[in-house]
Design a protein around this ligand. Sequence first.
Ligand SMILES: NC(=O)c1ccc[n+]([C@@H]2O[C@H](COP(=O)([O-])OP(=O)(O)OC[C@H]3O[C@@H](n4cnc5c(N)ncnc54)[C@H](O)[C@@H]3O)[C@@H](O)[C@H]2O)c1
Length: 397
Amino acid sequence: MSQGEPYLRVVWTDPETGRHGYVVIDRLVRGISGGGTRVRRGVTLEEVERLARTMTYKNGALNVPSGGAKSGLDCDLSEPGGRDLLVRFVRAMLPLLQSRWATAEDMGVTQEELDSVFEEVGLGLSVYAGLKATGDFDGAMALVRRGLSVKVEGIGLADLIGGYGVAEAAAAALEHLGRPIQGTRAVVQGFGSMGGGTARYLARSGVKVVGAVDVHGCVVNPEGLDVERLLANRTAAGDIERASLPSGTGERPREEWLDIDCEILVPAALGDVLTEANADAVRASVVVEAANIPTTEAAGRRLHERGVVVVPDFVANSAANGWWWSVMMGIVAPTEQAAYEWARATIRRTVRRLLMLSQERKVTPREAAEAIAIENTNALAEEYGTEEPVARAQASV
Ligand SMILES: NC(=O)c1ccc[n+]([C@@H]2O[C@H](COP(=O)([O-])OP(=O)(O)OC[C@H]3O[C@@H](n4cnc5c(N)ncnc54)[C@H](O)[C@@H]3O)[C@@H](O)[C@H]2O)c1
């Protein structure tokens, strides 16, 4: 299959404001695709298209039988009429959401807000199409609802499993390099769902988290931050409360995040934060991409030349997406223990395989991971077809 054109690009114009909304289905497997809804002023079709391709790779890397998709709405939910704009967009996309595209939260919208919009338009859950594709809608819905209700020490499992996977990816990369994890130092940029969860599980595996960066700046401690205390005092937006910082904690401006000495660097906030201009300033030997597309192509090449191992986003941060699908399809039980066992085994195996392949073929880890993901997706499309089973059955009559 050609990796060129996406299967479908939709451009919607809001009749009331003239603003645009986009959906890109990169490809279908089993008649279905999955990918989040980004709500951001200025979002572009090109950005959505790149992210949709990444979702195809993300599913392929973990052998999830679904294609990739993404949507973007040019909107800020805090502006007057923002939520109404999102409701109109979701209503307009109903034909896709009922049959071919399962979505979830992305930047600019919480799952809670999205669920309330889907309730209002009569679809119930944002993953409606995914539930339908399982062939047992009610059973799959019950599993997803149980999974979403699990809390781990005050934080939802759905918000943590992504970060757990990132920490496992870091551990697998260190193992590949023959370095111990105990006492290794890490800096995490972003302290929301991904960054906060990653910091928790890195700290639990013996890593010293020496820097946590949020939109307000860097919080540092060369001896290791008290991650649990920072998590306990985190705002709903994923920001660290400065008023309750433990003693021994220092602060630095946000721009100095690359100056903090560490062996593991985890960008877990924005895209394109590692560029050709700052790639040489990276001190870490391992970069684990928790955010989507945090490293530009040129920076990726430069880091590879310098011997820095970059674990690509669509593997490193794939546990959240993979967990949703695996629970929905009844492959992973909706419990904390089952989620962790699945994520540990799956992420470690995938990272090990892609780093071996990168070495063998003398390509970047991203190129190796893309090759694995494309091979898996093509095999899944072969096994399950690209159209939904009903349509295929009808077509063959
Ligand atoms: N949540 C998921 O399930 C998930 C899954 C895969 C990938 N991702 C990606 O991970 C990234 C973070 O998502 P999230 O859900 O954790 O977001 P979030 O909204 O929960 O947290 C964002 C964090 O980034 C910080 N931040 C914002 N601007 C910053 C800046 N300029 N410098 C430093 N820090 C800044 C915020 O203060 C906050 O701590 C995004 O790229 C997202 O696409 C998220």
